[in-house]
Design a protein around this ligand. Structure first.
Ligand code: ADP
Length: 543
């Protein structure tokens, strides 16, 4: 017998319809690419998204077609996601921090015919245009076009929308199958070629419901949310959807993500919740320190994309009274997977112990199954000690990559191998030890580079640290610690090792420490270990 409840396809346009009707009081504030502050609301976002959808439809965009965006977080980028997804097409985000060749490769693989870009990316557009195989129409997301040499003159976004005669008539969002494709985002290729993750209408709504309303984010109309994490990275952590569902205000930072600019928005726009990778927070904390500032409105900071060191969590919570939500996820998971939120009975533990638990990546919200296995696929115990390959399954997790790449990551039971090596404890907390390609294999045992890095940055003189494995005749590999010092600080290798010695197993202690001026990062702010390993390819430990 079937239930007698309504069939209401889970479609992304319903989010903006809902927010426009019921959350008109919420602000959408943007720092534009030109630098000014722009203010609008969900109803206007929806109306303009409909105008854009009409204009795109007129230019031949049909359900399933990809429309590429090369843009910072602003109201226009938000409108374009709702326009594209709403009309049944697929927003394909391009990451401007990649090399032009990589951007062109990803754009060609996605196959979009139209590219919307911020004027500040005109040089990138110019560089990639000759290599683009499918793009026929370029749209500058502004009311004017920055000078650039293209065979065909770009259109302007504002003219496109205005061309629709500011029609009072609504665009009729098509009734689609909720499993229709809706967004395309490529992993940044920290481990190999970029691979396309193709989100569906349904997976985006489920993400907003499950991750957005989970104990971690728990977003509400009282929140003013600053997503520093760009929409071009990992589905923008789904914040554009979560905020609309919750009726939260959005503060979109545009191109300026430095400590001073973020601080200005946090204070002036009374931001309550903000999300970014640790490197962004390193910069903000440094700026707060240097200028002796406090955070007056911020309640919660979500740190993810790379491990949040305990020292960073402690500074936010202890020094600034801001709760840290340490989150783990990946592009393939829409992207939020786990959040580290203290729950009973752990809330009775001493503060230092709670901090250790928070440094773990946390437990999943409903809708994510998780297990760790050995290399043969046998499940390993959830005892907080055993480490294994982390595998996940659920309605918001990719079941394949776009155009069939990376098939080996998915097994016949629907488990996706995250490429991370982790432990799971009895309270459900997952802890990432490493990416499987970064973990150091010493004498048949695994050493977690992330844990050593986190402890190293706990030293007051250390700004950033990275650990890589160096070939060793006896042990296969041994750890080398690469350190960037804070400006004006002094530290030598012995003092660094002394700091670590009491905190880790003896055989985890790095065999050498080198000091460098900077550590290379990926386009998404992670330590680029492949490059670091290349730089230290000839390094030999002193005998
Ligand atoms: P890529 O780096 O390949 O572009 P993603 O941006 O999707 O891919 O990043 C996903 C990966 O980032 C995870 O598999 C994990 O290795 C790492 N990661 C994300 N959040 C955390 C975290 N809180 N702690 C440690 N690692 C994390």
């Amino acid at each position: 017998m079937r239930g007698l409840m309504q069939d209401w396809p889970m479609l992304v346009h319903r989010l903006i319809d809902h927010a426009a009707l019921y959350h008109q009081g919420a602000d959408i504030v943007s720092r534009t690419v030109e630098g000014s502050i722009h203010r609008t609301g969900y109803a206007q976002i929806r109306r303009r998204a409909m105008g854009l959808a009409r204009a795109l439809a007129k230019r031949g965009v049909r359900p399933g077609d990809r429309v590429a965006t090369l843009a910072w977080n602003t109201h226009r980028h938000l409108e374009s996601w709702y326009a594209i997804a709403g009309m049944g097409a697929v927003y394909h985000t391009l990451n401007p921090r990649l090399f032009p060749d990589q951007i062109a490769w990803i754009a060609n693989h996605g196959g979009a015919r139209i590219l919307l870009y911020d004027n500040c990316f005109a040089p990138i557009v110019e560089a990639i245009a000759p290599k683009l195989k499918h793009v026929e129409i370029f749209v500058a997301m502004s009311d004017e076009i920055a000078p650039l040499k293209l065979k065909k003159k770009p259109l302007t976004y504002e003219a496109l929308i205005a061309g629709q005669g500011r029609a009072k008539r609504d665009f009729a969002w098509p009734e689609l199958d909720e499993n229709s494709a809706c967004g395309l985002c490529y992993t940044s290729g920290t481990t190999g070629d970029p691979k396309g993750v193709l989100y569906s209408q349904r997976s985006n709504i489920l993400t907003a419901l499950l991750a957005g309303q989970s104990p971690g984010l728990n977003m509400s109309p009282m929140d003013r949310v600053l997503p520093v994490v760009p929409m071009f990275h990992a589905n923008g952590w789904a914040i554009p959807f979560i905020a609309a569902m919750a009726g939260a205000s959005l503060v979109l930072p545009g191109p300026r993500l430095d400590g001073a600019s973020i601080y200005e928005l946090l204070e002036q726009e009374r931001v309550t919740l903000t999300t970014a990778v640790p490197t962004v927070w390193l910069n903000l904390l440094q700026y707060l320190d240097d200028n002796n500032l406090k955070l007056s409105h911020l309640r919660r900071v979500c740190i993810g994309g790379a491990a949040a060191p305990a020292a960073m969590i402690e500074r936010f919570e202890g020094q600034y009274g801001v709760e840290v939500i340490h989150a783990w996820g990946m592009t393939e998971m829409s992207p939020i997977g786990t959040m580290s939120i203290i729950k009973p009975p752990l809330d009775k533990l001493p503060r230092a112990r709670q901090l250790e638990i928070k440094s773990k990546q946390g437990y999943p919200h409903f809708g994510i199954e998780m297990k760790i296995t050995d290399d043969k696929g046998r499940e390993r115990p959830r005892d907080g000690k055993a480490v294994g390959r982390l595998k996940v399954r659920g309605p918001n997790i990719a079941r394949a990559y776009f155009r069939g790449a990376g098939r080996h990551a998915f097994d016949s039971q629907g488990w996706f191998d995250t490429g991370d090596v982790a432990s799971l404890d009895a309270d459900g907390f997952m802890q990432i030890a490493d990416r499987s390609k970064d973990v150091i294999k010493s004498g048949g045992e695994w050493i977690s580079t992330i844990q050593i890095e986190n402890l190293a940055v706990g030293h007051a003189a250390v700004a950033e640290a990275a650990v890589i494995g160096i070939a060793h005749p006896k042990w296969d590999e041994r750890p080398l610690l690469v350190v960037v010092l804070r400006p004006g600080s002094v530290l030598d290798a012995d003092a660094m090792l002394t700091h670590l010695r009491d905190r880790i197993a003896k055989w985890w202690l790095p065999d050498a420490v080198v000091f460098v001026d900077e550590i290379p990062h990926t386009a998404t702010g992670k330590i680029l270990k492949t490059e670091l390993r290349r730089r230290f390819a000839d390094f030999r430990f002193p005998r």
